[in-house]
Design a protein around this ligand. Structure first.
Ligand code: C2E
Ligand code: MG
Ligand code: MG
Length: 698
């Protein structure tokens, strides 16, 4: 083979290689060929290969000058080319057709997709609008914060309204910046901001904030911050919800005030005092300091309340509370340990009881000075509702730690000491001492014994004659209760009536008195003595008894005692307690024929207005006036005035406590109608009184 042919072979080989390399990538496109076209694709590939091989063969033949087969090869090459052109044309047609179909399919798909996207966007818009509406309708201020830089990314309307800001003034600002534009309930991003707490714990957290609105009103907000995490659990956003809790806070404050303060005086109440004392005890224990508890009880407050009414009583309590506070402020002479850093507290325990906590003083003498000052200030006359009222108080003092180391014991000790002050004649102060317990035990045992006295038949009645001053004739008798105590002998009603009133035992006891006195009177009548009227004392508590009238009517009926022989003595104070109700009951009593006398007249606060409306029969001048009638011009003048007043109102006047002939004569000159007193007779047992009845006159 010559060199030219060799070069030709090389060139053919290179060309063949080039073709193979050119066809190689076509193999890789196999996967991309659609399933339907794969057979045709393969046919093309084989044809190309055939054509290539034929061409190579043709070239080799040309080069090697081999002329046989020339026609066959040319024919084959031509046929191959024809088939190639045919298939290509056919395939192109099919492909174009397929592509057109695919294009149509794609267009349809596109349209559907487009419609779906539009619907999706619409849905999204709806759901966005819905969410916005929901969030905006939340009454609490709400802000969404990006926790990476504390920027606000979204807020609701309440937030803008609450802060009085526009959306553009808030969005993309930090909480801190927003806070500076307004007194934001969001709060500054400081340690107390719930956003920071929340970030630390990863949990929802809340805190309360106070801020003042533009008109200076104090508002309370409860800010709750809730984290929003991404899929990896990292906190990306925080939702701040600031709820206006001002109304709740105000209600809480009101409840707290009601729970801790007294509504009449505005002073702290018992609950407050007990909590305060407990805290102060802990402090005093730690610093080894004394504490003084002053238990203050007004003397005869009940009388003011009963006679002048609850309104005046309430005003008096308020005035006393003010005086107590003033008194403590003014007790400058007392040496302080702490320059008044811990001011004393006055509290009202209830009723007419007040309590004072004295701190910062070390000496008992100083506590005594304060107590003395309080007594003096309280006893200054007060002008209330047109009445001049003078009231005094009794004070009991207990000292921490000597008289008690806890709240209960200290208060109890001071209370006991106060009772002791009452026993000592009121209007004084007493320090607690351990033997005071004895007094209390005595009172408790009295109460216990009194409960059993009725069923044990330990009561009896004494009778004291009422004498007509003009002829010394016995016209009536007052039944006076006595208690024959198994251990102590006869007990005075002055000692046990108050206890009976306090415990309510006076109701059954009073019923027994009416029945026994009327039975006795009936017996004397049956014995043929000239009928006299029997007077029975009625206490406050009985007077309030709803079935009093019914009880009296029933009792008198059972005994068959005419009502005209029964007189009820009612003290001035019980009448004036509730004059309108009293007038109603007394009218009913008068209607059935019972006579009514005001007892101890002159010691209460009768209103003349009421006096003229009360269906009365007589006035009994109180014993203290008669006692001093000859020595005190005032008492004589009062007695004279009462007699004139009574007569002008067509009432009978009885003077009680007449012990001497001089008193009797003086009363006679004043025109008094009847007298009662030791001068004629002390109260006597029934059989002895009968002896007086036998004579009929003194
Ligand atoms: P009172 O109704 O004003 O009775 C008059 C009191 O004065 C009686 O005291 C009587 O013994 C006393 N007394 C009478 N004359 C004289 C006198 O010349 N000099 C002195 N110093 N005293 C005289 P008593 O019996 O100790 O009763 C005291 C009070 O106890 C009574 O005052 C009355 O308020 C009450 N009381 C007595 N019995 C009853 C009762 O059955 N029911 C009620 N609710 N109270 C009663
Ligand atoms: Mg009486
Ligand atoms: Mg009397």
């Amino acid at each position: 083979m010559d060199s030219i042919k060799f070069i030709s072979f090389l060139l053919i080989a290179a060309g063949a290689l080039l073709l193979v390399f050119a066809l190689m990538p076509a193999r890789k496109t196999w996967n991309m060929v659609p399933e339907k076209l794969r057979a045709k694709w393969l046919a093309i590939m084989y044809l190309i290969c055939f054509f290539v091989v034929g061409y190579i063969f043709f070239e080799i033949v040309l080069i090697t000058d081999i002329h046989f087969f020339d026609d066959i090869v040319t024919g084959l090459v031509f046929l191959g080319g024809a088939i190639f052109v045919f298939i290509t044309i056919k395939l192109s047609k099919n492909t174009i057709q397929k592509m057109t179909e695919m294009d149509n399919e794609l267009k349809l798909l596109n349209k559907t997709l487009e419609q779906r996207v539009k619907a999706g966007i619409l849905d999204l818009q709806h759901s966005y609008d819905f969410t916005s509406n929901v969030i905006d309708s939340i009454p609490d201020a709400m802000a969404v914060i990006d926790v990476t830089d504390f920027h606000i990314v979204s807020v609701n309307k309440a937030f803008l309204r609450e802060l009085d800001l526009q959306e553009d003034m808030v969005l993309l600002k930090t909480c801190h910046e927003v806070t500076h534009q307004s007194s934001s309930p969001c709060g500054p991003p400081n340690d107390i901001c719930p956003l920071h707490e929340m970030l630390l714990t990863g949990k929802s957290s809340s805190a309360e904030h106070i801020h003042y609105n533009s008109s200076g009103e104090k508002l309370h907000f409860e800010v709750t911050t809730t984290p929003i995490k991404d899929n990896s659990g990292m906190i990306i956003l925080a939702i701040h919800i600031a709820r206006d809790i001002t109304a709740r806070k105000k209600a809480e404050e009101k409840i707290k005030h009601l729970a801790y303060y007294d509504n009449i005086t505005g002073l702290p109440n018992r609950t407050f005092y007990k909590e305060l004392l407990a805290r102060e005890i802990a402090y005093a224990r730690r610093y080894n300091q004394p504490l003084f508890t002053l238990f203050i009880d007004l003397d005869s407050f009940k009388q003011v309340n009963d006679t002048l009414g609850h309104d005046i009583g309430d005003q008096l309590l308020k005035a006393v509370g003010d005086r107590l506070a003033r008194s403590l402020r003014n007790s400058d002479e007392v040496a302080r340990m702490d320059d008044g850093q811990t001011p004393e507290t006055v509290s009202r325990l209830g009723g007419d009881e007040f309590i004072v906590l004295l701190r910062g003083i070390s000496k008992t003498e100083d506590a005594a000075i304060v107590a003395g000052r309080i007594l003096q200030d309280i006893s200054e006359p007060l002008e209330i509702g047109g009445h001049e009222i003078t009231i005094t108080a009794s004070i009991g003092i207990s000292v921490y730690p000597t008289d008690g180391e806890d709240v209960k014991t200290l208060m109890k000790s001071a209370d006991l000491a106060m009772y002791h002050a009452k026993d000592k004649g009121k209007n004084n102060y007493q320090f607690y001492s351990s033997n005071m317990n004895v007094v209390v035990l005595k009172r408790l045992s009295l109460e216990n014994d009194l409960r059993k006295a009725l069923e044990h038949n330990e009561f009896l009645l004494y009778y004291q004659p009422k004498v007509a001053i003009k002829n010394n004739k016995i016209v009536g008798a007052e039944a006076l209760l006595r208690w024959q105590h198994p251990g102590s002998g006869i007990v005075s009603p002055l000692d046990f009536i108050p206890v009976a009133e306090e415990t309510g035992l006076i109701v059954p006891i009073g019923e027994w008195v009416i029945r026994t006195a009327c039975q006795q009177n009936k017996e004397w009548q049956k014995l043929g003595f000239e009928p006299i009227s029997i007077a029975v004392n009625l206490s406050n508590r009985q007077f309030e008894q709803s079935n009093l009238l019914e009880m009296i009517i029933r009792t008198l009926k059972e005994i068959d005692m005419a009502t005209k022989y029964v007189e009820l003595e009612i003290t001035e104070s019980s009448l004036m307690k509730n004059p309108d109700a009293a007038i109603a009951i007394l009218n009913e009593l008068k209607d059935i024929g019972i006579t009514i006398a005001i007892d101890d007249f002159g010691t209460g606060y009768s209103s003349l207005e009421y006096l003229k409306r009360i269906p009365l029969n007589s006035l009994k001048i109180a014993l203290p006036f008669i006692r001093n009638i000859l020595t005190s011009p005032d008492d004589a003048a009062i007695t004279k005035t009462i007699i004139t007043l009574a007569h002008n109102m067509n009432l009978k006047v009885i003077a009680e406590g007449v012990e001497t002939k001089e008193q009797l004569d003086f009363l006679r000159t004043l025109g008094c109608d009847e007298v009662q007193g030791y001068f004629f007779s002390k109260p006597l047992p029934a059989d002895e009184f009968m002896k007086l009845l036998q004579k009929g006159y003194f």
